[in-house]
Design a protein around this ligand. Structure first.
Ligand code: SF4
Length: 485
């Protein structure tokens, strides 16, 4: 789809907004004129002496654009006003109604929290959230509930608390829909001794930084990839280093993503539990074997059930299971069965994701009309899931959005009372320092006084990470300056 930008600097937001309505199309933007004879989305701002005129909408010979006029002193509201005008026009002309309104960011709950902070009453803040961004009542309610649970966790956070993230960017095979930088273990196996060696070095150096800055470790999270791609001996070694180098006496939560059931053995889970991790993720994604095949997941429902059973027998405090709405080949009936099966197992956490529709398309199904069908079906799926979780006593405790998810929806973590995953909340809220180690990991330091966030990006690929560790070490030294300023 072509996008014409005239007289304003809101290209990024208008482009994001247009993408929500034309998710399968690449957006080409133009400043002076759009290519002749092709449909385009118009966004125009005309600044006159006594008024500002904003015009937006689809120009395709069938539909009409809309205009509004603002006073010159309302200039600061132009971006939001243009967003709302364009959103309303495209909802009307495409029949798609994105439930988060004009919000395109990944942290809507954080935005609501910021509004709460600047407005007298919570009700007024929620009204403003709905009115400014055209968020539907259902999503305002979801954001409101989630914010309450998030806040309860965030209030316990002390300024010098931090989390440690350990990245294991390896998986047994690559799922077709994967959006992470993850490497098949077969090829990466030969790198493993050096990878672990570098990881030990980084853990050691990071522990020194934490100690010298006076930081206090409260949560540890092993993610990836799939950490249980490592052998039990490797896990034993790695988790042993965490114990050796860090002070774990204030630890409130220790998570290891076991993720893929085809990596799980009783021995590995026992090692993880013996090293003090109480929270684990075992992810079925769906309870439909054919759908698992469609997405190249490399395990069966039965394998998931066996892994889950082992995790239960080993007595983890909290088991999370991930499900995905909008998977290729899944239908409403099969999805509802997945939700019901997940609830019947009574895990402490269930995270419901919505698949990026671009990724769904990459999985080979899809023409535009079948994507549209799946787009609407995802809305019904998520709705079914939320109602089932609510009925079974789960509450939403963290939420984030990805671009181009089916139905422009969100990924939401649900928990039984008292079982909210803290690390997930910290990473979304960006109010706690996260020191991250390993390839692809991102350290986010939060200044204890100003709240400013400083990021250090580790090298993405394991071989780069191993080869260029010295460079990374220098980058991490900037943390001292950041905290001392
Ligand atoms: S298990 Fe997760 S990280 Fe690994 S390939 Fe599949 S989606 Fe990607």
């Amino acid at each position: 789809m072509n996008l014409l930008i005239q007289g304003h600097s809101f290209r990024y937001e208008m482009e994001r907004l247009t993408m929500m309505f034309f998710p399968m199309e690449k957006i080409h933007w133009f400043v002076d004129s759009a290519p002749a004879g092709e449909p385009y989305v118009l966004t125009r701002l005309e600044q006159q002496e006594d008024h500002i005129r904003i015009t937006a909408g689809l120009v395709d010979g069938v539909h009409q654009t809309d205009s509004i006029v603002l006073k010159p002193e309302e200039g600061e509201q132009c971006e939001l006003a243009m967003g709302r005008l364009l959103y309303r026009a495209l909802c009307r002309d495409t029949g798609i109604v994105p439930p988060w309104g004009i919000l395109t960011g990944i942290r809507p709950v954080k935005l609501l929290r910021d509004i709460y902070a600047g407005v007298e009453s919570r009700a007024a803040a929620e009204e403003q959230f709905a009115a400014d961004y055209l968020v539907t009542p259902g999503k305002v309610e979801l954001a409101r509930r989630t914010e309450g649970y998030e806040r309860a966790i965030l209030e316990q956070n002390k300024p010098m608390d931090f989390s440690l993230y350990v990245s294991i960017p390896f998986c047994p095979t690559r799922c077709h829909y994967c959006s992470f930088v993850s490497h098949g273990i077969q090829q990466a196996r030969k790198l493993m001794p050096q990878y672990l060696q570098t990881l030990e070095r980084e853990l050691m150096d990071t522990a020194v930084i934490a100690k010298e800055l006076g930081l206090r470790l409260t949560t540890v999270y092993f993610g990836g990839g799939t950490p249980t791609t490592l052998s039990s001996a490797e896990l034993d070694l790695l988790m042993g280093w965490v114990e050796k180098y860090f002070d774990l006496s204030h630890l409130q939560e220790y998570t290891v993503e076991a993720g893929r059931p085809d990596t799980i053995t009783r021995e590995k889970l026992q090692v993880i539990r013996d090293h003090g991790a109480g929270r684990i993720s075992v992810n079925p994604q769906t309870f439909n074997d054919q759908v698992l095949k469609n997405i190249g997941r490399g395990h069966t429902v039965q394998q998931f059930l066996e892994s889950y059973q082992i995790a239960r027998e080993i007595a983890f405090d909290c088991i999370n299971i991930d499900l995905i709405a909008g998977l290729p080949g899944d239908d409403m009936e099969s999805f509802c069965r997945s939700i019901d099966s997940a609830v019947a197992l009574a895990p402490e956490n269930i995270t419901l994701h919505t698949l990026s529709i671009k990724r769904a398309a990459g999985l080979g199904s899809q023409d535009a009309s079948s994507l549209q069908r799946e787009y609407h079906m995802a809305v019904d799926m998520v709705d079914y899931g939320y109602r089932a979780f609510d009925k079974a006593g789960y509450h939403p405790y963290y939420l984030y959005r990805q671009r181009n998810t089916a139905g422009n929806l969100e990924n939401t973590g649900f928990a039984k009372e008292g079982k909210d995953g803290r690390y997930n909340v910290y990473i979304m809220a960006e109010t706690q320092t996260i020191l991250a180690v390993g390839a692809g990991a991102v350290t986010k330091a939060v200044h204890p006084v100003s709240g400013e966030v400083f990021r250090v990006y580790n090298h993405k690929y394991p071989y780069e990470y191993i080869l260029r560790y010295q460079e990374l070490q220098k980058r991490k030294d900037q943390l001292y300056t950041f905290f001392e300023q």
